[in-house]
Design a protein around this ligand. Structure first.
Ligand code: ATP
Length: 235
C-alpha cells in the first residue's frame, strides 16, 4: 500500500515565473514534512506533484512516471492532496462531502470506505449529518483529510492542515497524519508548526526560495543549525 515518490529536476511556477528550481527529492514510506518560510514554494511543490500546475522534470510514483497536468491521473495512481483552505462544500453534510472523495470508486467501495472513514474519525461519525460549513475549523480539516482518504491513496499530501487551529486541534491533526502513515499510507506534509511537525515526522526537508537546503531524519533536522536558528528561535 505504501508509495515511494522520486522527484528529479522538478521545476514549477506561475505564468513563466519559476518558483521551484530543480528539486530532487525522494519520499519513502512514513511521514515526511516539508518546512520553510512563507513564499518558499511549499504549496507550489504539492500542486505541481498533484498535477494542478505545469511542471518540468520527472515525478515517479512507485517507479511509474506521472504525467504532467492531469490531476485525475494522479488520483487514479494513488495520490491525494488536501489543499490549504480545505475546499469543502459547506452546504453539504459531512457524509456527502466524504462521498465526493470517492468519485473514482465503485458504489460498493465508496460505502465501505465511508464506513471506514467514520470508524477512523469518530468525531465525524457523531456529526455525519451536520452541514460541513457549520463545523469548527479543526473538524472541517478532519473532513478534508477523511475525504482525501476516501480515494484510498497510497500517497497523501497535506498542505498546512493545522493553519489557524487551536494548539489542541493542531496536536490532534498531526496525530491523525501520524496514524495514517503508520497504517501504511505515505504522508507528505507541509507545516508551519515546525516543532510539532518535527516531533511526529520521520523525515524532514527544508525549502527556501524554491530550493531544498536541508533534508534528513526529522530528529537530525531538529538539531541542525538551520532549523534551530531560523525556525525554532534557538540562539
Ligand atoms: P505559504 O506558507 O505562505 O503558503 P509557500 O511556501 O506555500 O508559502 P507558495 O504558496 O508555494 O509558498 O508560493 C511561492 C511563490 O509563488 C510566492 O512568491 C507566491 O507569491 C507565488 N505564487 C503562489 N501562487 C501563485 C499564483 N497562483 N500565481 C502567481 N504566483 C503565485
Amino acid at each position: 500500500m505504501t508509495a515511494s515518490l522520486k522527484i528529479q529536476g522538478l521545476g514549477a511556477g506561475y505564468g513563466g515565473f519559476n518558483v521551484l528550481r530543480s528539486i530532487d527529492l525522494e519520499v519513502g514510506s512514513g511521514l515526511t514534512v516539508i518546512l520553510g518560510p512563507n513564499g518558499a514554494g511549499k504549496t507550489t511543490l504539492l500542486k505541481a506533484l498533484a498535477g494542478l500546475i505545469p511542471r518540468t522534470g520527472t515525478v515517479l510514483l512507485d517507479d511509474t512516471l506521472l504525467p504532467v497536468r492531469q490531476s485525475g491521473v494522479a488520483v487514479r495512481r494513488g495520490m491525494a492532496l488536501v489543499a490549504e483552505g480545505r475546499q469543502l462544500f459547506p452546504q453539504m453534510t459531512v457524509t456527502e462531502n466524504l462521498e465526493l472523495g470517492g468519485w473514482l470508486s465503485t458504489k460498493a467501495q465508496r460505502a465501505e470506505r465511508l464506513r471506514q472513514a467514520l470508524a477512523d474519525f469518530p468525531r465525524l461519525a457523531e456529526r455525519a449529518q451536520q452541514l460541513a460549513g457549520t463545523m469548527s475549523g479543526g473538524e472541517q480539516q478532519m473532513v478534508a483529510v477523511a475525504r482525501a482518504m476516501m480515494s484510498a491513496p497510497r500517497l497523501l499530501m497535506l498542505d498546512e492542515p493545522s493553519l489557524g487551529l487551536a494548539p489542541r486541534m493542531v496536536d490532534e491533526l498531526l496525530g491523525i497524519a501520524r496514524r495514517i502513515a503508520d497504517a501504511g499510507t505515505t504522508v507528505l506534509l507541509v507545516e508551519q508548526n515546525v516543532k510539532k511537525a518535527l516531533a511526529v515526522a520521520d523525515r524532514a526537508h527544508v525549502l527556501e526560495r524554491g530550493a531544498l537546503v536541508a533534508g534528513g531524519p526529522a530528529a537530525e533536522i531538529a538539531q541542525s543549525d538551520i532549523v534551530r536558528h531560523a525556525y525554532l528561535g534557538v540562539a
